[in-house]
Design a protein around this ligand. Structure first.
Ligand SMILES: Nc1ncnc2c1ncn2[C@@H]1O[C@H](COP(=O)(O)OP(=O)(O)O)[C@@H](O)[C@H]1O
Ligand SMILES: N[C@@H](CCC(=O)OP(=O)(O)O)C(=O)O
Length: 370
């Protein structure tokens, strides 16, 4: 697996805020230079690299005279608008030492969940790559509101890896890998957390406690694990390592924790249904329909529907939930919400001919939990 990452033709490298910024000093230019050295070396060895760089909010804290990472949306957005400018400039300066041009790509969640925007972002990334420029991607924090945020750049990086058809994802943080507990804490038994070098499946995560992040990071270890799961579905292996070991991580992947990818990656459409699209509503299923959909992988028929929530339309992604509200699957609705409301609980042969297709077809359905 490490071989696969070491030799990947195209790599997305995500760098966390804690690896780039300091609360009092703002951006750490020396650390940025060292990262650019490692990234440039990988490009010169023949790989295409896309950088996903956090740090806009962290870089805006000191220039605005703030004492700690803001928690309210408006101040976070103000800090990001100041910090993103400094961040992009700093990456430009670090790569200019090698004559390498940098392009800034700011994305909102909608750019990934909306399939036509998705194609635009993909085209820009492709063209930057073919022109020999390195894309530096971040969330467009100043326009993203709470509801439409990716929430964390680990997820954004995993989505970009899928979108750009990357062969590997490298997450660089202030921690040197995944531990079985928060490495900053000592357990009640006085035991220190242990590093897990390889995650091949859910069984390797038994008993692992994924804690919160540092003062500058956002999602902590839980968001890295979620991003690794998402990448696994996209068929992309992940390496989690310390930013201070970037040179080694990018040269031979011999450090940190590796997460295996699924052998059979989800199709682009199923990946989109499962991970990228925002659910526009919910369809509530009776127990028989839950079993048919989640265990027997059947299409959802009107007879098994007991409720409809939200205003969604034909072609939108919806969540399929059981009667306790637990999400069992996600899928593409074949009708508008008001049509489905009129079909609730009815057998197919009782419905008019134009409403006799399944509510969600099995080909458009991805099981989330059994
Ligand atoms: N099980 C764990 N293994 C490794 N690190 C953990 C774990 N639980 C919590 N952490 C903490 O998560 C932090 C990394 O998350 P975060 O601060 O969000 O990083 P980044 O800014 O790189 O996204 C580390 O500093 C580490 O202390
Ligand atoms: N877009 C935000 C980053 C949010 C984020 O996920 O941060 P991190 O957990 O440090 O990767 C910023 O640039 O400050």
């Amino acid at each position: 697996m490490r071989e696969q990452i070491a030799h990947a033709r195209s790599v997305v490298v995500k760098i966390g805020s804690s690896a780039l910024t300091d609360l009092a000093e703002g951006l750490d230019r020396d650390r940025l230079d060292a990262l650019a050295d490692a990234l440039e070396a990988r490009m010169r060895a023949g790989s295409d690299v896309i950088v996903v760089s956090s740090g806009a909010i962290g870089a805006g804290i000191a220039p605005l005279g703030l004492k700690k990472r803001p928690t309210d949306l408006a101040t976070k957005q103000a800090a990001a608008s100041v910090g993103q400018l400094a961040l992009a400039h700093a990456w430009g300066t670090s790569f200019a030492r090698y004559g390498r041009t940098v392009g800034q790509v700011l994305l909102t969640a909608d750019d990934i969940s909306n399939r036509s925007h998705h194609a635009n972002a993909q085209r820009t990334l492709d063209r930057l790559r073919s022109l020999g420029a390195v894309a530096v991607v971040n969330e467009n924090d100043t326009v993203a509101t709470n509801e439409i945020r990716f929430g964390d750049n680990d997820r954004l990086a995993a989505l970009v890896a899928h979108l750009s058809g990357a062969d590997a994802l490298v997450l660089l943080s202030d921690v040197d890998g995944l531990y079985d507990g928060d490495p900053r804490k000592v357990g009640v038994d006085g035991r220190r957390a242990r590093l897990i070098p390889e995650v091949n499946g859910p069984e390797d995560l038994d008993g692992v406690i994924a804690g919160s992040g540092g003062t500058l990071g956002t999602g902590g270890m839980a968001s890295k694990l979620a991003a690794a799961r998402l990448s696994a579905d996209a068929g992309v292996p992940v390496l989690l390592a310390a930013a201070s070991s970037a040179a080694q991580a990018l040269a031979d992947a011999s450090v940190g924790t590796v997460f295996a990818a699924r052998e059979e990656r989800l199709s682009a459409r199923r990946f989109w249904v499962r991970h990228a699209a925002d659910a526009r509503g919910r369809i509530v299923l009776d127990d028989g329909a839950v079993a048919a959909v989640s265990r027997r992988r059947r299409s959802l028929l009107a007879a098994g529907v007991v409720g409809v929530e939200g205003r969604f339309f034909d072609g939108d992604v919806v969540e399929l939930v059981d009667q306790r509200g637990v999400v069992k699957a996600r899928g593409v609705a074949s009708y508008d919400f008001d049509d489905i409301t009129s079909m609730i609980g009815r057998q197919t042969d009782e419905l008019p001919p134009e409403l006799q297709r399944p509510v969600v077809h099995a080909d458009d359905l991805v099981v989330v939990s059994r």
